[in-house]
Write a protein of this length. Structure first.
Length: 248
């Protein structure tokens, strides 16, 4: 009888441990605040009405003042448009003449233009080139222009884990960096070389203190040099947008 009771107690303890491990893994996955999935592109076009301020120097050439204003908006986040301006076209002057207010020498002119915008939204899927891997986060570059970061808290530990490099891998990375720098110093700076420098090789992008890999394997999640993620948050700092992402 005593042995049967002990075996039942062991079975019950084993079942409890299985339940607790399942609940723990579920809690770990559920802790990542995944937004509602949104389909579509982060790029869009918008025909917008703008008020352009013309300096006295542009009073005889209002088109120069209009282009100067629009050029100043490029690669900047404009709150009224809710996006980063990448380009403009189809400019139309809506005012018959520039208006002067009070004793200001600057004229106000109403125009419309078709703007190309970058407008990321939480829940969108984006892909970026990995430029940094650390135990704290993964850093990415989107279209060679915008920054994105995936913090470690948004990387599900049930699927991925951090693997520090061994001494041999670190030594190999340092050797490759040294040889590549010596080779580039001997080459001429032509267009082909500049293109090669802008696109880092898979191996050179890999080396740091370690990398994120699929759990239980040595397969790096950035083996191809790029990574797809879900936009968890869009952060604005002055006129610059950056993205916080999460991995599924």
């Amino acid at each position: 009888m005593g042995e049967k009771r002990k075996s039942r107690q062991k079975d019950g303890a084993a079942k409890k441990s299985k339940k607790s491990s399942k609940s723990l893994s579920t809690e770990t996955t559920a802790s990542i605040p995944y937004p509602t999935q949104v389909s579509g592109s982060s790029f869009c076009e918008s025909t917008t009405r703008l008020t352009v301020t013309l300096a006295p120097a542009n009073s005889s050439d209002h088109w120069a003042g209009i282009r100067e204003t629009l050029n100043g908006m490029l690669l900047r986040f404009v709150p009224q448009i809710r996006g980063v301006v990448l380009g403009y076209s189809n400019i139309k002057v809506l005012s018959k003449a520039a208006l002067l207010y009070s004793d200001s020498p600057f004229g106000q002119l109403e125009v419309s233009a078709q703007l190309l915008l970058w407008r990321p939204i939480s829940g969108m899927s984006l892909r970026g080139s990995i430029n940094v891997q650390s135990p704290d986060h993964i850093g990415l570059l989107l279209w060679d222009t915008f920054n994105a970061s995936i913090p470690a808290s948004f990387i599900p530990k049930s699927k991925y884990e951090w693997r520090p490099f061994g001494d041999e891998e670190l030594a190999a990375g340092k050797t490759e960096d040294t040889s590549s720098s010596e080779q580039s110093s001997d080459e001429t700076e032509d267009s082909a070389k500049s293109d090669a420098e802008e696109t880092p090789s898979k191996e050179s992008a890999k080396f740091g203190s370690g990398e994120w890999v699929l759990k239980g394997t040595s397969q790096g999640i950035g083996a191809s040099g790029s990574l797809e993620f879900v936009v968890a948050d869009v952060i604005r700092a002055d006129n610059v947008l950056s993205v916080t992402g999460a991995l599924h």
